[in-house]
Design a protein around this ligand. Structure first.
Ligand code: ZN
Length: 149
């Protein structure tokens, strides 16, 4: 297990506008502000959801798109470093006009209708993602693979 300790930093409240890409916009904000570590939550609506599901046996993402108007019931995620730059990892639950819910790992291509984002900046050494061969994912790791322990 990796455990990190932070002090709370500034809270950024963002309103994303129609047509913006959810992941690209939040990543761009974090990059522009030099935010290397944060926790985020959001709600609102999208006109298209672009999602991923990770196949734990095949170690591959399966991408899918839901090209319709959806509520964003809840989104949660974080910002950490991957290859030295801010990386946004986020999952969300959506619903359709009948209240049916579905969700997944939010991919680029998720088109915002309107979105309210709460981004809590964290002050401290940022978690860094490294490729984990056991899962095939880029996971937080205090000690890089191959480093002396
Ligand atoms: Zn994910």
């Amino acid at each position: 297990m990796n455990a990190y300790e932070f002090q709370p930093g500034p809270i950024h409240v963002l309103r994303l506008e129609e047509g913006m890409d959810l992941v690209d916009t939040v990543t761009g904000f974090a990059t522009e502000r030099g935010i290397r570590s944060a926790w985020l939550s959001y709600l609102g609506a999208v006109s298209r959801a672009s999602l991923r599901y990770y196949d734990q046996v095949g170690h591959a993402y399966r991408d899918f798109t839901i090209d319709r108007h959806l509520e964003v019931l809840t989104g949660v995620g974080n910002v950490s470093l991957l290859d030295g730059v801010p990386f946004v990892h986020t999952h969300a639950t959506f619903s359709d006009e009948h209240g049916n819910a579905f969700g997944g790992h939010v991919n680029r291509g998720c088109r915002v209708f309107s979105l309210e984002v709460n981004l809590q900046e964290l002050v401290g050494d940022p978690p860094v993602r490294y490729h984990d061969p056991a899962t095939g994912l880029n996971l937080w790791c205090l000690t890089p693979p191959g480093a002396a322990r």
